[in-house]
Design a protein around this ligand. Structure first.
Ligand SMILES: [Zn+2]
Length: 238
């Protein structure tokens, strides 16, 4: 059983070598994941899920509320994130070159044409974010290639909905999620290291985790920081 449906709620069931049931609701759309002990029987899983249905619905509703708040209009006064810090957007009209500059560690000054559309403002911001991230990545790759003794042949940045990064181990190619530019640099480095460790170990197994422990001893804390959007239940015994 990988999938369980109760009414209009779908749960992804993952059997693992764990003692307790672990329930979580994930962004961006409220995907529900239930990790259960390998030997837990299906009826017990179903009963557990039913008992947590109102909790699940409450968490999913939070995502819906956030979605309603989250569309950015790219107007002055709005909050935008860069390298883990919150900045206030200033929209400044210009007939010169459209560009972005940071001011006093507090403001993102967006210089655009008068009456520019939201889409245009967003495009300028996205382009700038992409340039900043692309500037940061090579130094991390160089550093960790030396430490790990692996070779990254190709890398790129793209916007991804559900992953912070990916690694194609046949091509030695990694992709980094553009959204990471909004996070602390240690998160960016952690994801690059994670993807590069896949060049040493394909799977997320003990060997993989041992490499992570060795390279970034506090990687679990950074992972939690990155996933702070995930609503997790307590670890319930059953
Ligand atoms: Zn991975």
């Amino acid at each position: 059983m990988n999938q369980l449906t109760i009414g209009d709620t779908n749960l992804e069931i993952i059997r693992k070598d764990i003692k307790n049931v672990h329930l979580s609701v994930h962004p961006p759309d409220g995907r529900v994941r239930l990790a259960v002990p390998a030997k837990m029987d299906e009826e017990a899983i179903r009963l557990f899920a039913i008992s947590k249905l109102s909790w699940i619905k409450k968490q999913k509703a939070k995502f819906n509320n956030q979605d309603r708040q989250s569309p950015r209009e790219f107007v002055s006064g709005e909050s935008h994130y860069y390298l883990g810090s919150r900045y206030i957007l200033n929209v400044i009209e210009t007939s010169g070159k459209q560009h972005i500059e940071l001011k006093n560690n507090k403001f993102i000054n967006l210089h655009v044409r008068p009456n520019s559309t939201v889409e245009k403002r967003e495009r300028i911001m996205t382009k700038w974010y992409r340039e900043q991230l692309k500037e940061m990545i090579p130094k991390y790759i160089d550093k960790w290639q030396n430490v790990m003794g692996v070779q990254v042949n190709e890398w790129g940045v793209k916007l991804m909905k559900t992953k912070w990064g990916t690694c194609n181990i046949e091509a030695n190619r990694i992709w980094i999620n553009l959204e990471l530019i909004k996070k602390n640099p240690r998160c960016i480095e952690y994801i690059i290291v994670h993807e590069m460790v896949h060049l040493l170990e394909r799977n997320h197994n003990d060997r993989f985790n041992a490499y992570m422990d060795k390279f970034i001893p506090n990687w679990k804390g950074i992972r939690d920081e990155l996933n702070d959007m995930i609503y997790e239940s307590n670890k319930w015994s059953y």
